[in-house]
Design a protein around this ligand. Structure first.
Ligand SMILES: *[C@@H]1O[C@H](CO)[C@@H](O)[C@H](O)[C@H]1NC(C)=O
Ligand SMILES: *[C@@H]1O[C@H](CO)[C@@H](O)[C@H](O)[C@H]1NC(C)=O
Ligand SMILES: *[C@@H]1O[C@H](CO)[C@@H](O)[C@H](O)[C@H]1NC(C)=O
Ligand SMILES: *[C@@H]1O[C@H](CO)[C@@H](O)[C@H](O)[C@H]1NC(C)=O
Length: 463
């Protein structure tokens, strides 16, 4: 004989009490059964509940003597559970109940509790109304404009710091890299490498939600220098994806060190973007150290007879304003590490400097790397404000078409502390020249002194 009313709670499952009952016994019961609901009376069509059984057959519906499972009405009869209007919550003028989905408020979610109170997660968002309001008020004093980028909305600041940046704080080794001092010379008041070498400086790409700025700034600066120092013969976009996938002892989309990245470019070299397209995620490395463009199945460049991967000479550091300027003017773009604060994400235009806006003490900054491509100055009232022109890797929708300007000469955000450059092995350019004399001049001209074992092969006999 089938037990009826085995425990009091089941009595509570009368019409109108359904939702309270369901809340105490959320299940699933009928929904968890393979054949779900049964016709007529089938005593095996049951599920354990608390210390007894509840049923999913038609026989269970017997008014106050019923012994249906709490989700019987919903699963077997298709009746949506009726939310109890006694508990509804209000948050920022929106009403919702404990049965509704949590409300999304920028990067936080809020849920309605049974007692009518609201609980929200309390993460700092990448951008929020409060920050934007403050930046708007400060606009005149800080000298740059902010905007509300929809790309940032809904993301936590912690997410932005990891996935939109991705360069680790420099280690001793980078800081101690050989320093190169440029011998003065005349430096103009403004210089933009992309105007000086038209078409040879890459514009901003978008690293996506992957902390790969270490690979992006390295690969892009190397590409710029291949184009510039080969005088346009080797216009190539080098593949950050290869570095993301292949450089060991880095953390892929969680960030990397620049010295390790440069070591890889020097020892192994990279292929072009088309051969290893960027996917904003770490994938399996498909290039081995002794690959060539041919063995790696890359399409060979048409302007030069190159079969080797693109390699760079050792990186060196520059860390004073005039040295950095002379390096950019003589040999092209450089790479700079910078400290990023939350307000930087909302930069739209102007000369950036870090503001105190909406930056609680616990909001730590993180490191990023970008390219410096030139400099200039702007008169603001009686003052002359000096700036660097930099290219970021957040796409051209951000900032001044993917670029930003930042205060120069005061080490704003550490931008002048860790500036790196390196020179490419422009093999084919050299090959095009038949005389040893010119070859030597070119090697000297690129600023790169080859290691004895890496001397260029003697091309003289070809002429
Ligand atoms: C619940 O809502 C119904 C109509 O939707 C209303 O008639 C009833 O008074 C409400 N009950 C409570 C306790 O607010
Ligand atoms: C910023 O944009 C989001 C949606 O993308 C919007 O909800 C928010 O109100 C905007 N804030 C400001 C200050 O414009
Ligand atoms: C940078 O360093 C060079 C020597 O390395 C020096 O001649 C020059 O004055 C320095 N510039 C600044 C702005 O300190
Ligand atoms: C290109 O280089 C390869 C090897 O470096 C050589 O065998 C080949 O003859 C060269 N081709 C031309 C057209 O110079």
């Amino acid at each position: 004989m089938r037990h009826l009313l085995l425990f009091l709670a089941l009595v509570g499952f009368a019409v109108g009490q359904g939702s309270r009952f369901r809340q105490e016994f959320p299940g699933p019961y009928c929904a968890a059964r393979a054949d779900r609901c049964c016709r007529d009376r089938q005593d095996g069509c049951a599920q354990p509940i608390s210390t007894t059984l509840c049923y999913c057959d038609e026989f269970c519906e017997r008014g106050e003597h019923g012994d249906c499972c709490p989700d019987y009405e919903e699963v077997c009869m298709g009746i949506a559970p009726e939310p109890e209007n006694a508990t509804s919550c209000v948050y920022k003028n929106r009403y919702f109940t404990p049965y509704d989905q949590a409300l999304v408020d920028n990067c936080n979610t809020c849920k309605c509790n049974m007692d009518g109170s609201v609980t929200c997660t309390e993460d700092v968002c990448l951008a929020d109304d409060d920050l934007l309001r403050q930046l708007h008020h400060l606009e005149r004093s800080i000298g740059w404009k902010a905007t509300n980028y929809s790309e940032w909305w809904g993301h936590k600041y912690d997410e932005g710091k990891v996935l939109r940046l991705g360069t680790f704080q420099p280690r001793f080794r980078v800081k101690a890299m050989k320093r190169l001092s440029n011998k003065g010379g005349h430096l103009p008041t403004r210089f933009d490498a992309s105007e000086h070498w038209t078409g040879l400086v890459a514009e901003a790409r978008d690293q996506g939600w992957c902390g790969s700025s270490w690979a992006f700034s390295t690969a892009t600066m190397a590409s710029d220098r291949f184009a510039i120092l080969s005088k346009g013969r080797e216009m190539v976009q080098l593949a950050p994806q290869q570095m993301l996938a292949c450089v060991r002892r880095q953390q892929g989309c969680s960030g990397g060190h620049l010295d390790t990245a440069w070591q890889y470019l020097r020892r192994t070299g990279v292929v072009n973007e088309e051969c290893y397209p960027y996917i904003a995620a770490q994938n399996v490395c498909k290039i081995s150290n002794d690959d060539t463009l041919i063995t790696a199945n890359c399409e060979l460049p048409v302007k030069v007879n190159r079969t080797l991967m693109y390699k760079m000479g050792p990186a060196f550091s520059l860390n004073n304003e005039t040295d950095i300027m002379a390096e950019i003017k003589d040999r092209g773009t450089v790479q700079a590490i910078m400290r990023v604060y939350r307000d930087f994400f909302s930069y739209r235009s102007g000369i950036y400097r870090h503001s105190a806006a909406a930056t609680p003490a616990e909001e730590r900054s993180a490191y990023h790397s970008v390219r410096l491509i030139g400099w200039g100055e702007e008169r603001v009232g009686y003052d002359v404000v000096k700036y660097w022109i930099a290219i970021n890797s957040w796409g051209q929708w951000w900032g001044e078409n993917g670029r930003f300007r930042i205060l120069r000469g005061s080490n704003e955000c550490d931008i002048e502390s860790y500036v790196l450059a390196s020179n490419p092995y422009v093999h084919e350019h050299v090959q095009a020249i038949r005389k040893v004399g010119e070859l030597q001049e070119l090697i000297v001209g690129t600023g790169y002194v080859p290691h004895p074992s890496r001397r260029y092969p003697p091309y003289a006999h070809r002429g």
